[in-house]
Design a binder for this molecule. Structure first.
Ligand code: HEM
Length: 314
């Protein structure tokens, strides 16, 4: 084609044919190169390679056998490559650490060639990620940092988790698992099942009620109670049950069906001083708060026994 003119369709077709048969074709702009090709473009014949061609094709052959892959012996104590001249003593950084991989002296010390290649790849320029921790049953609690976050479950109850260890609530079963063990285990503190409407909450509501008369006496009346009188208030033979505590006398009759330890236990304190029994069982219980509304008087000597108005003593 003359310079500056478009190639004809036929020349383009020929050029494409030449490219199809494996020879690099000159760029289309290089029209001179195409025209200077002495071989007639239309006469190219292509025949499939014969068997002889295949046999004459030179075969690739290994010219050098690389035998640098380290070998290990499981039967001996040697953990280093057999042909490694380096000593086996441990060194820092560790053989598979990222520090060693990033250093130029990583060379060949006890690291398999495949691993060496992967770590030293210059493509990323990044350090390889640290090895994943091996998940074992104890690995999550074996480190000091993990131990600082661990919930102490073996050395006692958790703080602020429910009532005290000896509390009636803890022994009531409502917070205990309802498995056979919890049910069959006897309550070591002899807690009883209270009747409906006689829970501690019901008692708390009752003592706050202004209309409730829990002393069994006219409102505002306090008595001087001699020991002889206290002894007669046993809760039997139509008499109320009184008990003294720290010099004060209480009518414990209304509390009997509310007592978590049962009426029988509470009745042991009837007609006498209940301080020692009380403190032996549950010193954490606040008697005065719970039975304040049941106060009937003060315990006095036998010679001082007479009924009087006690308003001025409050
Ligand atoms: C008269 C005043 C008393 C009051 C206000 C009182 C109050 C209580 C309270 C609130 C509980 C539940 C304790 C808890 O949940 O931790 C309880 C339980 C109990 N009480 Fe009393 N009590 C009194 C006297 C007595 C006496 C004199 C005895 C024994 C002779 C006794 C024996 C028990 C027993 C065995 C339990 C069950 C175990 C327990 O839950 O701690 N109580 N009492």
């Amino acid at each position: 084609h003359p310079p500056g003119s478009w190639p004809t369709w036929k020349s383009l077709e020929q050029t494409t044919s030449r490219a199809t048969f494996g020879k690099r074709s000159p760029p289309l702009e290089d029209n001179a190169a195409i025209e200077q090709d002495s071989e007639p473009l239309n006469s190219i014949t292509v025949s499939p390679p014969s068997l002889e061609d295949y046999e004459n094709t030179p075969k690739a052959a290994a010219t050098k056998i690389i035998s640098e892959v380290p070998s290990f012996s499981l039967s001996s104590n040697e953990a280093t490559p057999v042909d490694s001249p380096e000593p086996t003593a441990p060194s820092f950084p560790a053989a598979n650490s990222a520090q060693r991989a990033s250093s130029s002296s990583a060379s060949s010390f006890s690291m398999p060639p495949s691993q060496r290649l992967a770590i030293q790849s210059p493509a990323s320029g990044l350090m390889p990620p640290p090895p994943r921790p091996i998940a074992t049953s104890q690995s999550h609690v074996s480190t000091d940092s993990a131990a600082s976050l661990r919930i102490p479950t073996s050395s006692g109850p958790l703080p602020n988790r429910g009532p005290p260890i000896h509390s009636q609530q803890r022994a009531s079963g409502s917070l205990m698992p309802t498995n056979g063990l919890a049910i069959s285990t006897p309550n070591s503190r002899n807690k009883v099942l209270l009747k409906p409407g006689h829970s501690p909450m019901d008692w708390a509501a009752l003592i706050r009620s202004p209309s409730a008369n829990l002393t069994g006496m006219p409102t505002g009346t306090l008595l001087r109670v001699p020991p002889s009188q206290l002894r007669t208030m046993t809760g039997r033979k139509g008499k109320p049950a009184w008990s003294s505590y720290l010099g004060k006398v209480y009518n414990i009759s209304p509390y009997l069906p509310f007592h978590p330890g049962g009426e029988a236990e509470l009745m042991k304190a009837a007609g006498r001083d209940g301080g020692k029994l009380f403190m032996d069982v549950h010193p954490w219980v606040n008697w005065e708060n719970m039975l304040g509304a049941c106060l009937v008087g003060i315990l006095v000597g036998e010679n001082e026994a007479h009924e009087c108005e006690m308003d001025e003593m409050d």
